[in-house]
Write a new protein. Structure first.
Lengths: 219, 219
C-alpha cells in the first residue's frame, strides 16, 4: 500500500529523499513514540510534543480533556503531525554539506475526536502498548472517571510522507581530496537498566517486557 | 535571567512542570540539535524538523533559499519552535498515569531573516559548532555561491518556556499496593563509534572532537 502524494505531502526539497511507501512510513512511526503535533491557535502556530501510537491506517493521540491542545484539536481543525528519528551527524569536508541522518514522517489532516467507546478503549490500549509492548495487561486499567477526563484523537495516514537521509556525506567533487576527516557520527536512542519506583518494595521483579525492553529496530 | 511568561508561553497544562528560567531553557536547547519548527502555510499548519543552534538570546536556523520552509519563514511570519529531549518511559501501576520523562522548550515569535554579513557568518558557524564543537575550523568554509543559496533565520528567546517531567511514576494513593511493577525505563541518545566516509583513504585519522564526541550532558 502506498499513500499517493497530495499537494501538501509531496516532498519538495530534495525530492529524492521522499517516500510515500506505507512500509517506510509505518516503520518510522512504529519506531518513534513522541510526535510533534502542530495546529493553529488564534492565528499562530503551536507545536507540542506528545505520545502517539499507530494502529493500521490511523494514528492515535490522547490527552487530558482540560489541555489547551486537546480542546483545540477536538474541534477537528487541521493538524500536522511530525515524527523524527535521528540516526547520526554527517560531517562533510565542506561546512556547507554538513547534515544529519534522520528518518521523518509528516502527516497532514483533520484529527477526529473518537467518541465510540470500543474504538476509544482500543486507542488508549494502543498508546500504552506502543510505548511498552506487553504493558496494558499488567496495569490497573482505566476507570470511569479517568476515561471521562481523557480525550482520544484519531488522524488518518491518508496524507502522509516520509523523508530519509542516510549514508556517508556527499561533497562536491573538487573537495574529496581535502584533508578534513569525513564520515558519520552515529547516534542511537539506547535503553538503560530499569529504575524501580522507590515506593515499591523489592517483591515485584521487573517483568521480561521491562528488563529486555527495546525499540523495534533494536529488538 | 528569566523570560517572563507571555499569554502564549505560560504553561497551562500541569503548570508545576513549567519553567521560564533561562538556565533551564538554555540547557535543553544546548543539549538538543533538531527542533520542530511550526508555521502556517495557506492556512494550514506545517511542522518541519531542522537543525538549529542557540547563540546568546537567539536561535539560528538555516536552510536552502529554495526550500518551501525558508521561503515562507523569510516573510517573517509567526513560528513556533519546539525542542524535545526524551529521558525515559514512566510505568505507573495504573494505565492512566503512564507518562514520558522529557525536557522540552517551546519558543514563539517571528523569525527574522538575517542579512547582515557578519551575523550571517557567525550564525552559520554556530549551527555547525552546535552539532559538532570544534568542527568549523576543520572544514572547507562556505564559498560565495554557497552563501548566496543559503538563508539564515534568527528567532529571539524572548517568548520561551520549558517543560520538564522527571522522576518516578506518580500513582493514585490507593494504587500503590497493587502488584504491578512500577518505575522508569531510562532512554539516552548515545554516540556510536564514528564511521569514516568510504571515499576517504585511511590517512586522515578521526580528530579528537569526533572520536570523543558527546552531547553536553554526557561530556
Amino acid at each position: 500500500m502506498s499513500a499517493a502524494p497530495s499537494r501538501r505531502t509531496r516532498v519538495k526539497r530534495l525530492p529524492e529523499r521522499g517516500s510515500y511507501d506505507r512500509a517506510t512510513i509505518d516503520a518510522i512511526l512504529d519506531e518513534g513514540f513522541v510526535c510533534h503535533l502542530g495546529f493553529v491557535h488564534d492565528g499562530y502556530p503551536v507545536v507540542i510534543p506528545t505520545a502517539y501510537a499507530r494502529s493500521g491506517d490511523t494514528i492515535y493521540v490522547h490527552g487530558s480533556a482540560g489541555s489547551r491542545m486537546l480542546r483545540e484539536l477536538a474541534k477537528e481543525i487541521e493538524v500536522c503531525l511530525t515524527v523524527t528519528l535521528v540516526d547520526g551527524l554527517v560531517l562533510a569536508r565542506s561546512a556547507f554539506h554538513h547534515s544529519i541522518n534522520y528518518r521523518s514522517v509528516v502527516v497532514f489532516g483533520r484529527a477526529r475526536l473518537v467518541e465510540d467507546q470500543v474504538e476509544r478503549a482500543a486507542g488508549f490500549e494502543a498508546v500504552v502498548e506502543h510505548l511498552v509492548p506487553g504493558r496494558w495487561d499488567d496495569t490497573r486499567l482505566p476507570n470511569e472517571k479517568e476515561l471521562a477526563t481523557t480525550r482520544l484523537l484519531a488522524l488518518s495516514l491518508e496524507e502522509a510522507s516520509a523523508k530519509v537521509r542516510s549514508g556517508p556525506p556527499v561533497d562536491d567533487d573538487e573537495d574529496y581530496d581535502l584533508h578534513h576527516w569525513a564520515g558519520v557520527i552515529p547516534l542511537q536512542l539506547t535503553v538503560q537498566p530499569p529504575v524501580p519506583d522507590p515506593r515499591q518494595d523489592g517483591s515485584v521483579a521487573a517483568p521480561r517486557y521491562v528488563s529486555s525492553y527495546r525499540r523495534p529496530s533494536q529488538a
